[in-house]
Design a protein around this ligand. Sequence first.
Ligand SMILES: Cc1cc2nc3c(=O)[nH]c(=O)nc-3n(C[C@H](O)[C@H](O)[C@H](O)COP(=O)(O)OP(=O)(O)OC[C@H]3O[C@@H](n4cnc5c(N)ncnc54)[C@H](O)[C@@H]3O)c2cc1C
Length: 253
Amino acid sequence: MPIHQISVVAKAEKENDIVTTLTFDTPLSQAQPGQFVMLWLPGEDEKPYGVAGISPLRISVGARGNFSKKLCSMKKGGKVWLRGPYGKGFDLKGKRALLIGGGYGFGPLRFLAEVAKKKKISATAICGARSKGLLMAPAVCKTIFTTDDGSAGTKGNVLVAMKELLAKEKFDTVYTCGPERMMSAVAYEAKAAGADCQLLLERYMKCGIGICGHCCMGEKLVCIDGPMFGLEILENPEFCKVWRTKTGKREPI
Ligand SMILES: Cc1cc2nc3c(=O)[nH]c(=O)nc-3n(C[C@H](O)[C@H](O)[C@H](O)COP(=O)(O)OP(=O)(O)OC[C@H]3O[C@@H](n4cnc5c(N)ncnc54)[C@H](O)[C@@H]3O)c2cc1C
């Protein structure tokens, strides 16, 4: 049975023009990088968010619609009702890891970088955004920044930096989180370079525990079969093509 625990915001830090990182007053020690929690604001909604750190619990939220804007405007002492962690997280393996993220998707990758450091796995990260004002803070490993408009870091998208890096270095596994089209391009590039790839997917979710079926992608449920998927997701008929709105209507991505 899912049980909500009340978590109190200890710190709310604006990371960039749209992302706020909430640090809570309690740890979530059992969570693995890539897993998510369901955050409930009674009377508003309940939605999934990727774990961006566990001791204490951290969540990076991008202000998008009403619910995420409410989370982003929370101050120290604000309460959320939380259940989880849920889902299948990253399977950290190999000796050399490449982490590639865009927007708030870089939050879970920063958590992965912390775990990689503890396990003495060498990691390099690429963090991309449209412009300087949308970049996230660096990970605890070498972090390469890219912006589409060249206002900070390498000019171009994460693929430009990824190709440059892969021309010089070999990586066992690429871990990616961000817009689906970006992850798709990253996965094909990793595959071509002979590296494995793990992608963190997002679909509209309601229960988060495999009951409602709202987050289905073909035959897969993102909440329990994912949100981490391997290269096999490239063959899923709905990957990069279809998602379901709040009411379940199928819409092209
Ligand atoms: C496993 C998982 C982990 C997530 N982790 C994070 C996280 O770490 N940080 C974060 O900010 N958000 C995360 N999300 C997204 C989050 O759950 C909300 O969907 C998001 O905050 C928008 O909610 P909202 O109610 O503010 O916006 P809404 O009012 O629901 O939507 C605002 C706009 O975004 C679009 N939209 C909403 N949800 C999706 C979706 N899933 N896919 C495509 N378009 C969508 C809507 O069509 C609308 O145009 C995650 C989602 C999943 C499934």
